[in-house]
Design a protein around this ligand. Structure first.
Ligand code: BGC
Length: 729
C-alpha cells in the first residue's frame, strides 16, 4: 500500500533507530506531550537510571539512554537541576500497558515479532503499532496499539490495544500502570511522590523540586473483562482467548497540574475526566480528528509534483501544530518542541526568529501567546539586567518560565545578547502582521526597558563613536567579539522601533506615554545609539561579521574536518574552534533573510560567496536560511539542496534525527523556506498586503497554502512564477 502523504512510517524493528522514532512520533496537544515509546517499554532500557548530566554543548555531546527514552511533558512544569538549572520535567509515564501471553512478557527485543510496523497519522495525531507476536507457547497473536493525545480534551491520552489470536489459544494477562520512577536527564526531580489506586484508577501525585504539583490518573476498560486494583496500585486483568477471538482494552489517562489556569486540580478532577464508558473510543477519536482537521484546514501546504517534500513539510507542520499552546501565554515553545530533554526545555530566540512566522500567518492568536510570553517575563529580564550590573531589561539567552537566565554555559549566557533585540523584532513582526496596536502599546515597557539596557551596555568612546563589545552573534563559534553585524543591526532596529512606538503612544495614549516616564534625554540617546552603532563592512562592501573577523585563522576544513558526517564542532577542540573562521550557522546572512527589501541580489551573492565556504551548518538553524536566500536569488538547485538538508534534520535517523527531540526551529524554518523562500512572500513589515515573487523548485507543478495577514485570510496558489492571491472568508 502506498503510504499517504500524511503518514510517517517505521517498517522494521531496528534498535539503532528506536530512539529516533520516539522523538519523531511525539504526540501532543499544546498542553501535554508524550514521546513515541512502546506501551510496555523495553526490558533492556530501564528508565530510572540516575546520573549527573553535565551541561555540555548539546550539538556535540553523546547523550545517555541510547536505546529508548520515555517522555511525558507538560510545558511550564519544571524542576531545578544543580547543573542544568531549571528544566522541563519528565513526568510519570501514564502510557504503561504490559501484556503477557501464557506467562511470556511482550518485549519488542526479546519476543518473536513479525510484520512490525508503526505509523503516525499527521492528519489526526494517531500513532498505530501493528505486529504479529509468535508467542513461546505457540499462539500467534495479532497486536494493534493505537493512541493519541486528544486535541479536544487536551489533558487526555487515549489508548486502544487490540489482541486477536490468529492461531492457537492463549491466556493474556494485562497490567496497566503509571510509572513514577522516571528521571529527567538522569535526575530525580520529584520532591514528593504519592501513588495509589481508587475506583479502578491508578493515581500518582508528584511535586517537583520547583514546587509544581502534578496529578495523573489512568483507567483501563475492556469489553467482557474487568480490571482489578493490585497492592502496587496497578490495574490488572486476565482473559483466555481461542483462535479467531479478539479483545480490546481502552486505557484513558488524564493529567492536571498546580499551574493549570482553569477548573482547579486534583484527583477528583481527573476522576470526572476519566468517567467515560468503555465504548468511548469512536467518540473521542472523532472529536480529536475534528480539532486536527480545523488546524490543518488553515495550515496545510500543498505541493504538487514532489511527494517527498510534501511528506516532510507535513511532518514539520504536524509538530508545529502540536507544540504551541493555543491558550497559555505563560510558556513559549522549547528548543526540542517538548519531544525530548536536550536543551532542558529552555526557551531561545528560536521562538521569535524561527517559530513565530508560522503562527503569525496562520494562527495569530497563538502567535500572540508566544509573543506575550516575553511581556510576561519582562520582570525576569529586568532582574537579569540587574544581575549583570545594567539598567533596563536584558532577556535571557535561555529563558526559564519566569524569564530568568537558565543557560548553563557562561559563553552563551553572558554574550549572546542579541536575543534582547530579537524579542523586540518578534513583537514588531506580530504587530505588523496583525495590526494589533493595543498589544503593541501594552508592550511599550518592553521597548523602553530593553532600550535602557542597550544605552547602558554600549561603549561611548571619546571620539564620539559607539560600540557594542564582547558579544556572541548567532554564530556561536565566534564566542566573543566586538560590533557583531547581526547584533548591532538588530539593536539598531529595536531602538528605531522603540522611538516609533513611543511616538505613536504619545499621540494616541498620552497618559500611558507619560506613565512610562521617558525623558527627552532618553529619546535623544536612543536616537544617537541607533544611528551610531556601526555595521562594519569589508573592502568590497560585504558586511563584516564582527570587528577583526578577517584576522581570525583559516579553519583548514580539509585537514581538521575530513568526515563531513560529523559536526565540525565534534572534530576540533573548542579552543581551536573559537579562534578560526568556522561559522556554526548563518550569521551575517540572517540579515538579508530577515530584511529582503534592504539587500540587493548582488549584496546577497557577495555575502554568500564569502561566508558560505566557512559555514559548517553544525546548528539545525542554518540550512534553511540558506535555502531561503538561494530561492530569493533564483538559484533553485541550491535552494532545493539546502531545503532537503533541512527536511532531513528530523527525518534522517542515521544522523540522530529526532532522537533527542524535534528540531522545532527548523520545522518553523521549513515553513518559512516554502513561504518566504520558494513562494517569495515579503514579511508584513516590508509589505502590508501579501506580495509574492515565486521561484518554485524544478518539478513543483504548483504550490498552494493559506495565510492570514492583518486579519484577512487569503488562499495563495502558485504556478511557475505566477502567484494568485484570493481573499477568502
Ligand atoms: C544554536 C542556537 C539555537 C539553539 C537552540 C544552538 O545549537 O546555535 O542558535 O538557538 O541551538 O535551538
Amino acid at each position: 500500500m502506498e503510504p499517504s502523504l500524511f503518514e510517517l512510517w517505521e517498517t522494521s524493528l531496528d534498535p539503532a533507530t528506536t530512539k529516533h522514532y520516539e522523538g519523531a512520533f511525539a504526540q501532543g496537544s499544546g498542553y501535554l506531550h508524550i514521546r513515541g515509546s512502546y506501551e510496555e517499554g523495553l526490558l533492556a532500557a530501564g528508565q530510572d537510571e540516575e546520573y549527573m548530566r553535565l551541561p555540555a554543548n548539546v550539538t556535540i555531546e553523546k547523550p545517555r539512554h541510547p536505546r529508548s527514552k520515555w517522555g511525558t511533558y507538560v510545558p511550564g512544569v519544571t524542576g531545578n537541576h544543580p547543573l542544568l538549572r531549571e528544566e522541563l520535567v519528565n513526568l510519570p509515564n501514564p502510557l504503561v500497558f504490559r501484556v503477557a501471553a501464557d506467562g511470556e512478557a511482550l518485549d519488542m527485543d526479546a519476543c518473536r515479532i513479525k510484520g512490525y510496523s508503526r505509523s503516525l497519522c499527521l492528519r489526526n495525531g494517531v500513532l498505530t503499532r501493528e505486529f504479529l507476536w509468535d508467542t513461546a507457547s505457540g499462539a500467534v497473536i495479532a497486536c494493534r496499539y493505537e493512541r493519541f493525545v486528544s486535541q479536544k480534551r487536551r489533558s487526555l491520552i487515549v489508548q486502544r490495544m487490540t489482541y486477536s489470536v490468529v492461531s492457537g489459544k492463549s491466556i493474556l494477562h494485562f497490567t496497566s500502570d503509571i510509572d513514577e520512577k522516571v528521571k529527567t536527564n538522569g535526575y530525580n526531580h520529584f520532591a514528593e511522590t504519592e501513588k495509589d489506586s481508587a475506583g479502578c484508577r491508578t493515581q500518582v501525585r508528584v511535586k517537583t523540586d520547583n514546587n509544581d504539583t502534578i496529578w495523573l490518573a489512568s483507567t483501563a476498560l475492556g469489553k467482557g473483562i474487568r480490571f482489578q486494583e493490585t497492592e502496587n496500585h496497578t490495574l490488572e486483568s486476565e482473559t483466555s482467548l481461542q483462535e479467531g477471538e479478539s479483545i480490546f482494552v481502552l486505557k484513558l489517562s488524564a493529567v492536571c497540574t498546580s499551574r493549570d489556569q482553569e477548573g482547579g486540580a486534583g484527583f477528583d478532577k481527573l476522576a470526572a475526566e476519566l468517567a467515560l464508558p468503555e465504548d468511548s473510543w469512536k467518540m473521542l477519536f472523532q472529536e480529536n480528528q475534528n480539532e486536527w482537521e480545523s488546524l490543518w484546514e488553515q495550515a496545510e501546504i500543498q505541493i504538487e509534483g514532489d511527494e517527498e517534500a510534501q511528506r516532510a513539510v507535513n511532518f514539520s507542520i504536524y509538530h508545529l501544530l502540536r507544540s504551541a499552546s493555543q491558550t497559555d501565554d505563560r510558556i513559549a515553545v522549547c528548543a526540542k518542541g517538548f519531544a525530548g530533554e536536550a536543551y532542558f526545555g529552555h526557551f531561545f530566540w528560536d521562538t521569535e526568529l524561527y517559530l513565530l512566522p508560522f503562527f503569525l500567518y496562520n494562527f495569530p492568536a497563538t502567535a500572540k501567546n508566544l509573543t506575550a510570553f516575553r511581556l510576561r517575563t519582562l520582570e525576569g529580564a529586568k532582574q537579569n539586567a540587574r544581575a549583570y550590573g545594567y539598567s533596563g531589561a536584558r532577556y535571557p539567552w535561555e529563558s526559564s518560565v519566569s524569564g530568568s537566565e537558565q543557560c548553563p554555559n557562561w559563553q552563551y549566557a553572558d554574550n549572546e545578547v542579541h536575543v534582547t533585540a530579537d524579542v523586540i523584532f518578534g513583537i514588531w513582526h506580530y504587530y505588523e502582521a496583525t495590526g494589533d496596536k493595543t498589544f503593541l502599546f501594552d508592550a511599550a515597557p518592553v521597548f523602553t526597558e530593553t532600550a535602557r539596557y542597550w544605552l547602558d551596555r554600549v561603549e561611548y568612546r571619546d571620539d564620539g563613536s559607539i560600540h557594542l563589545n564582547g558579544v556572541m552573534g548567532p554564530d556561536e563559534y565566534i564566542c566573543f567579539c566586538n560590533d557583531s553585524a547581526y547584533t548591532n543591526s538588530m539593536v539598531k532596529f529595536a531602538l528605531e522601533r522603540t522611538l516609533e512606538v513611543l511616538g505613536m503612544l504619545e499621540q494616541e495614549r498620552p497618559e500611558a506615554y507619560r506613565a512610562l516616564g521617558v525623558s527627552q534625554d532618553f529619546l535623544d540617546q536612543v536616537a544617537l545609539v541607533s544611528e551610531k552603532l556601526p555595521v562594519l563592512t569589508r573592502d568590497d562592501g560585504t558586511i563584516l561579521q564582527c570587528e577583526g573577523f578577517e584576522q581570525f585563522e583559516e579553519p583548514h576544513f580539509e585537514r581538521f574536518w575530513p568526515d563531513r558526517s560529523k559536526h565540525f564542532g565534534a572534530c576540533v577542540s573548542q579552543e581551536r574552534n573559537y579562534r578560526v573562521k568556522a561559522l556554526k550557522q548563518a550569521d551575517v546572512l540572517m540579515l538579508p533573510y530577515l530584511f529582503p527589501a534592504k539587500f540587493s541580489e548582488e549584496d546577497i551573492r557577495k555575502a554568500m560567496a564569502y561566508y558560505l565556504p566557512y559555514t559548517t551548518h553544525d546548528s539545525s538553524l542554518s540550512a534553511i536560511i540558506h535555502s531561503i536566500l538561494f530561492a530569493r536569488l533564483g538559484d533553485r538547485v541550491q535552494a532545493m539542496e539546502f531545503f532537503r538538508r533541512g527536511l532531513d534534520i528530523d527525518l534522517d535517523s542515521s544522523a540522530g534525527g529526532a532522537a533527542e527531540g524535534i528540531h522545532i526551529a527548523n520545522c518553523g524554518g521549513i515553513w518559512q523556506a516554502v513561504v518566504f523562500g520558494f513562494a517569495g512572500m515579503l514579511p508584513a513589515y516590508e509589505s502590508k498586503t501579501p506580495s509574492f515573487s515565486p521561484n518554485l523548485p524544478d518539478g513543483w507543478k504548483s504550490l498552494s497554502f493559506r495565510i492570514v495577514c492583518q486579519g484577512r485570510k487569503y488562499r495563495i496558489t502558485i504556478r511557475g512564477t505566477q502567484a494568485e492571491t484570493e481573499e477568502i472568508q
